[in-house]
Design a protein around this ligand. Structure first.
Ligand code: SF4
Length: 344
């Protein structure tokens, strides 16, 4: 039996249930794929339902203020995804006459959509013949065919794509891509896959040659930059200071508390001097937050009824209006813990 027919049988017996499964509306497939870019299925499930409820189609998403989109996205992290969705929805309105494009290159031209996502949307919504190559598919194909090249190399991606094209004979690319996503997530998992029960064990190079733990090969490690952020919850009467982040950095367009960033942990004293406060505070809360390329060391301080330097740079808002503003998850969590009616 050809590989893809066997894969199809496995898929029908094992596929995961997800709210966007069986969906043919490219808009909804797009939203689900963007959520899944950096979020697990379980965590993304409710966000997807809520997002679709708030913005049921391209027109409603394009017309919404960005703050509203960010508020709905709040908690999912990697907010550039939400900003790109919003920008791409406006492009679809202006350039594609309000209709989600059905050509691969046009889909790829939208903000926030790379090769994998364009292939996933194109194949699932329009049955375009493109394999959706993500980490799961790399792993499965490298193991099946014994490909020992570094998966970060463009040549390896090309080779994996060629192998996929050899594998798709009888089923659609829509089914192939969705089945491979599930096969990589459930059966051919990164560590200790249950190869004895795998339908492809008899033809899998890695299993036959005892090389499962060595594949795929990933040489380039991501460099992680460490940062030290000092946030100040400045409370006067029942108002507090916030501002909207700008520029080409993390959390663009989200709101934050007054911030001083120091070059390392040891310069915490310096941050206190910069504040010019009569009573410099000690950190009330410390946490770390990991992003793909950054490790954030975050200190939170509470300052009550003191004059705060350069406060004109900030917006003073009533504490009870906090939930009108989208904050990064880590700041929102601190605010939820510390700005309840009881604690202030
Ligand atoms: S035999 Fe093991 S390594 Fe090979 S495809 Fe199946 S699960 Fe993956």
């Amino acid at each position: 039996m050809p590989f893809d027919r066997k894969l199809s049988l496995w898929y029908h017996e094992n596929r995961r249930s997800m709210p966007w499964r069986g969906e043919t509306d490219p808009y909804k497939i797009w939203i689900s794929e963007i959520i899944l870019q950096q979020t697990r299925v379980n965590q993304g499930w409710n966000y997807y339902l809520h997002f679709i409820e708030q913005f049921p189609d391209i027109i409603s998403l394009a017309a919404a203020p960005i703050e509203k989109v960010l508020t709905v996205w709040q908690g999912l992290g990697y907010y550039s995804r939400a900003r790109n969705l919003h920008a791409a929805a406006q492009t679809i309105i202006e350039k594609f006459n309000c209709k989600f494009p059905d050509h691969y290159q046009d889909i790829l031209s939208l903000k926030g959509i790379g090769g994998y996502t364009a292939a996933a949307i194109g194949s699932i919504a329009f049955n375009l013949p493109y394999p959706a190559i993500d980490g799961n598919l790399f792993r499965v194909v490298c193991r099946l065919f014994g490909i020992f090249d570094d998966i970060a190399l463009p040549t390896t991606k090309k080779l994996v794509e060629e192998k996929c094209r050899l594998l798709v004979k009888e089923i659609s690319y829509s089914e192939f891509n969705q089945a491979m996503m599930d096969f990589g997530s459930l059966q051919c998992i990164p560590k200790n896959p249950d190869c004895e029960r795998c339908p492809f064990a008899d033809r899998c190079y890695a299993f036959q040659q005892h090389a499962v733990a060595n594949l795929p090969v990933k040489i380039n490690k991501i460099k992680v930059k460490e940062r030290w952020l000092h946030y100040f919850l400045v409370i006067n009467d029942r108002s507090m200071l916030i501002r909207q982040r700008e520029g080409d950095d993390i959390w663009n367009s989200l709101f934050e508390l007054p911030l001083i960033e120091t070059p390392n942990h040891g310069s915490q004293e310096l941050s206190m001097q910069l504040l010019q406060l009569k009573h410099p505070p000690h950190a009330d809360f410390f946490t770390t937050h990991k992003l793909t390329h950054q490790k954030l060391n975050i200190y939170f301080y509470i300052i009550r009824n003191q004059e705060f330097h350069n406060k004109n740079e900030y917006l003073s808002i009533p504490i009870e209006n906090l939930n009108h503003y989208p904050f990064p998850k880590v700041i929102q969590k601190f605010l939820l813990d510390f700005t309840t009616i009881d604690t202030i």
